[in-house]
Write a protein that binds this ligand. Structure first.
Ligand code: IMP
Length: 429
């Protein structure tokens, strides 16, 4: 029975949270496999709008929620989300991988320094935490945080890190280390105590669930073009949002994945630095930003907006093995006429259909556009009525747009989003 991966096909913010939330109804487990509190999912239903950064998106359905080893966990953020759920009457049924790594206060200070400047990071300590994970000597895992030897581990890590701590002004000199240790230990040992009941062996539970034929949804954060290996390096995040990341970031074999659902917005956005071939630099870009509410969930930064990029989506289909597409935010493009779609890239006089992710190439590509008529602007209430009536109730131009994408990509668009609420997702049967 199915292991289903939900993956972002662009630069993140494709509204994967809404898709995962929608699919969670029929799932038994919802598992987050990468990233950290740099992600932001807004889940809306009726009047309730909750923002999660670490909690898997199925939280409001009361499902078993798993945070895998590929995630870097900011304990305070996670505890705040547990509290927020309790406030709306939901007791999170959460399992936190003991293999996951912990974002410590110094990671955030280091991230806010030179990394934020040159890469436009979210300053949530993501890159420095993954760097420590790879370095091994300086890392703290959930297993350390909730275990009996947290103090010894922290002390040893801080000694290893002394030069870095001094370089970033976190401590002034070696003699200040004991005081800093007490501060961090005081705060984080309490987090460890509160998180202990949730910590466990995520890989065991997820594999057993798959053995028993349960439905497991693997939720990726960020998007394919922000992947550390496959994105527009170095303008990427430090984890693997791609579908393969679900295997590594949870501990399941590739044969356990049955479906890979790619989520794409009906246009493209990017937050932070890095190449963006179809970016719109005039007031049309501002219109899409305002209508789509394109401001970062975590940082509030305005997102750069551009046309849909089919070479990018073809690249995503290839890298992730995408079997179907959920197209989101179609409502936002209502009234933008005509609509342009990049169907190929021209680079050094040659046309190519699949994106190149190399920054040096992307600086030279020229998108080749085709134009579609588009469709009229509808009010949120009208889109709500369209969603209730189903796919055939979409304006003709919107259906043409969906079918054009499907035909050019050769992958079915099985879900269409026309608003932020759970009820605004149309499934095509
Ligand atoms: P970091 O993940 O904070 O290290 O940031 C690296 C890059 O990824 C920056 O360009 C961020 O803006 C971008 N990024 C990280 N998380 C997200 C996300 O959830 N949505 C969109 N962009 C993101």
């Amino acid at each position: 029975m199915p292991g289903i991966v939900v993956v972002g096909m662009q630069f993140g913010d494709e509204s994967k949270g809404a898709v995962v939330d929608y699919l969670s109804r029929d799932a038994d487990l919802v598992v987050r496999y990468n990233g950290g509190a740099n992600a932001g999912h807004t889940v809306a239903t009726g009047d309730l709008r909750l923002k999660f950064r670490l909690m898997p998106s199925g939280a409001l359905w009361g499902k078993r929620l798993v945070i895998g080893n590929g995630v870097v966990v900011d304990p305070k953020v996670l505890l705040d989300e547990i509290k927020a759920l309790r406030e709306v009457g939901v007791e999170p049924n959460l399992l936190l991988s003991r293999k996951a790594h912990v974002v410590m206060p110094y990671h955030k200070v280091i991230d806010a320094g030179k990394m934020a400047g040159s890469l436009g990071t979210t300053k949530r300590g993501i890159g420095p935490t993954y760097a420590d994970k790879a370095r091994r000597t300086d890392a703290i895992r959930v297993d350390d945080l909730v275990g009996p030897r947290f103090r010894e581990r922290l002390e040893s890590v801080l000694r290893f890190k002394l030069d870095e701590l001094v370089a970033y002004g976190i401590v002034r000199r070696e003699e200040d280390l004991p005081k800093y240790l007490e501060e961090v230990y005081g705060e984080y040992s309490e987090y460890g105590r509160e998180l202990r009941p949730y910590a466990g062996e995520a890989y065991l539970e997820v594999n057993r669930a798959l053995d028993e034929g349960k439905v497991v949804l693997f939720e990726g954060a960020q998007g394919t073009l922000l992947d550390l290996d496959h994105g527009t390096y170095p303008y990427v995040t430090s984890s693997n949002p791609v579908a393969g990341g679900a295997c590594v970031g949870v501990g399941v074999g590739p044969t356990r994945i049955d479906r890979v659902i790619g989520v794409a917005k009906a246009y493209t956005t990017r937050v932070g630095a890095g190449p963006f071939p179809t970016e719109i630099h005039d007031e049309l870009g501002d219109r899409i930003r305002e209508r789509g509410g394109e401001y970062g969930t975590v940082t509030g930064r305005p997102r750069r907006c551009g046309w849909l990029d089919l070479p990018m989506l073809r690249y995503s289909i290839m890298i992730n093995g995408i079997t179907e597409i959920a197209l989101r935010k179609l409502d936002v493009l209502g009234g933008t006429r005509p609509l342009k779609v990049a169907v190929a890239y021209e680079i050094d006089g040659e046309e190519r259909e699949v994106m190149t992710p190399f920054v040096s190439d992307l600086e030279r590509v020229r998108p080749v556009y085709e134009e579609l008529d588009g469709w009229e602007e509808l009010s949120p209430g009208e889109w709500g009525r369209v969603a209730r009536r189903g796919y055939d109730a979409l304006p003709r131009g919107a259906r043409d747009y969906v079918e054009f994408i499907e035909e050019r990509l050769g992958v079915p668009v099985t879900m269409v989003g026309v608003g932020p609420r759970r009820e605004d997702t149309i499934e095509r049967v």
